[in-house]
Design a protein around this ligand. Structure first.
Ligand code: BTN
Length: 255
């Protein structure tokens, strides 16, 4: 950890050559009392978890699979703000290591020219009094080659190696990521949601643009106005009202 300048994020690492899922392991450790800042890292995951019950392809030795334990002292209704931490942190770490600018897609996809670069899976454990712990799961495609992607992806995927032609030093990337995560987490605690919200909105290429939102039960149209305090995506409809969206697939409209 010679190059790590954080006070708590990544100061304790639980490292595995291969594990089912770093999120699963981090949840177990958090339930057993692990301290805030502990990071579970693995070279390979045999059952990497994605959102909505999907799996996350996790070949050995090429990417970053990390899960951070946080114990935020905030009311439950602010928990959604924490979901934007990792997207902005990944964006900043990617920019520092490669000079590339990613695009964020609500709620939390990280894309490079429309190709998925990173997957984020936040898992909250709540109690009646508030948040017990939050697991921030981060998978970043660093040195994955084209033949290591599976064909059945929702988006086409990419890696930093594919995008730049240069392999990334994974330890250096992890250090940058931990530093950004810590900075943003402290900023959120100190200054509230606004700075994180503005950073996220600036990295979301659909901000201010006309979109279609497929919510399953209905399809909405409007212009992306930004994020609400509770994490909802704010849509300005043609009639001029602001409509919060809590779940759905957002795409540019017309396509
Ligand atoms: C998505 O569906 O986009 C989210 C994927 C999240 C993958 C990461 S890899 C590290 C951590 N451990 C897991 O099992 N999942 C997350």
């Amino acid at each position: 950890d010679a190059g790590l300048t954080t006070a708590f994020v990544g100061r304790q690492i639980d490292y595995h050559a291969c594990i089912d899922s770093t999120n699963e392991r981090a949840s177990q450790l958090a339930r057993a009392g692990a301290e805030e800042g502990l990071v579970v890292l693995a070279e390979e995951q045999s059952a990497g978890r994605g959102r909505l019950g999907r799996s996350w392809r996790s070949p050995a030795g090429v990417n970053l699979y990390a899960s951070l334990v946080l114990r935020p002292q905030v009311p439950l209704n602010q928990a959604a703000q924490l979901t934007f931490l990792s997207a902005v942190a990944v964006a900043r770490a990617v920019e520092q290591i490669s000079g590339l600018q990613v695009q964020l897609k609500w709620p939390n996809d990280v894309l490079l020219q429309g190709h998925k670069l990173a997957g984020l899976l936040n898992e909250l454990s709540a109690e009646t009094e508030g948040i017990h712990h939050l697991i921030v799961g981060i998978g970043v495609n660093l040195n994955m080659t084209a033949d290591q992607f599976s064909a059945d992806l929702r988006y086409p995927a990419t890696s930093l190696l594919l995008a730049t032609g240069r392999p990334v030093d994974r330890v250096h990337f992890a250090q940058l990521l931990f530093q950004e995560l810590e900075q943003l987490y402290l900023l959120l605690q100190r200054s509230g949601f606004t700075p994180l919200r503005l950073a996220w909105e600036a990295l979301c290429d659909l901000t201010g643009r006309s979109v279609q939102v497929d919510c399953g039960s209905e399809i909405l149209y409007g212009t992306v106005a930004g994020l609400a305090e509770d994490g909802a995506l704010l849509l300005r409809t043609a009639a001029g009202d602001i409509h919060p969206v809590y779940a759905g697939d957002v795409r540019p409209w017309p396509p």
